[in-house]
Design a protein around this ligand. Sequence first.
Ligand code: 8YV
Length: 327
Amino acid sequence: PRDTVKVVISRKLPKPVEQRMSELFDVELNTNDEAFTENRLADALERADVFVSTLTDNITAELIANAGSQLKMIAQFGAGVDNIDVKAAAQKGIIVTNTPGVLTEDTADMTMALILALPRRMVQGVDALRAGEFKGWSPTYMLGHRIFGKRIGIIGMGRIGQAVARRARAFGLEVHYHNRNRVSPAIEAQFATTYWESLDQMISRMDIISVNCPATPATYHLLHERRLKLLKPHAYIVNTSRGEVIDEDALISALEAGQIAGAGLDVFQNEPEINPRLLALKNVILLPHMGSATVEARTEMGEKVIINIKNFLDGHMVPDRVLPELI
Ligand code: 8YV
């Protein structure tokens, strides 16, 4: 019976999700919502039949090797699974699931918000007003740049990338993309988007770059120093995916040197630590990993976790299984 299955949940989840899980399984909640230490994580993996993980759990090959033989499933609350060694899990017969789809629109909204806010200096305006620096309207005060008619280059044309493309088009941007595989002609036509096989060529021509690909070994520092140097001096970069996709030190140097116009970052290389050099910059908007932070998305993510676990326990097809060969 399901209610004897030990489900250990690493973080506090929305109340209705915790309630439903408690009805269905023998759950162990994390009521104080502190990220698990490595010891606590190891202990949980020794006891759980199903472990509900989040991006703050670094589930390494070593931890998986030492996990108890009862552990059969790691159900990630989140779309990205870069915190989990999915290959090591598969080798031990542990299935990994995630929660794609339900956070797509909210993450794309946050991306679009950054794309609008950066060139129009919205945060600088708010800060100036609060600091009492608004001395009255002037024809040349707080001038930013128009986004209508500009070119956006989307790196990663999956669900979120496509949702960004749809928004960008509605705002009059010309949409370009780079992806490991070219998407179907139907999708390209839907967003009137141009495919660039060469990332170098694409980024050297764009006004805005939006990073929407997952963090994998292949995308680690995809935007490295040499590539960042290809950007136009008036270009902006927005990242709502994972900090690791950009070489953060190289990005900061480019921003400090005025080699690019600005960056909107919701994710960082060493979360939750923020490089102090970033904090000193004026031409950035920095957010604390809020892309999917809506009540709706987080509740639906929890519902997906439940559906994945139920299907797995009932021996049915698991909807959001992450296959190691696809990473
Ligand atoms: C989640 C995210 O909140 O889904 C993702 O990949 O980055 C966030 O939306 C986080 O992953 C929770 O584990």
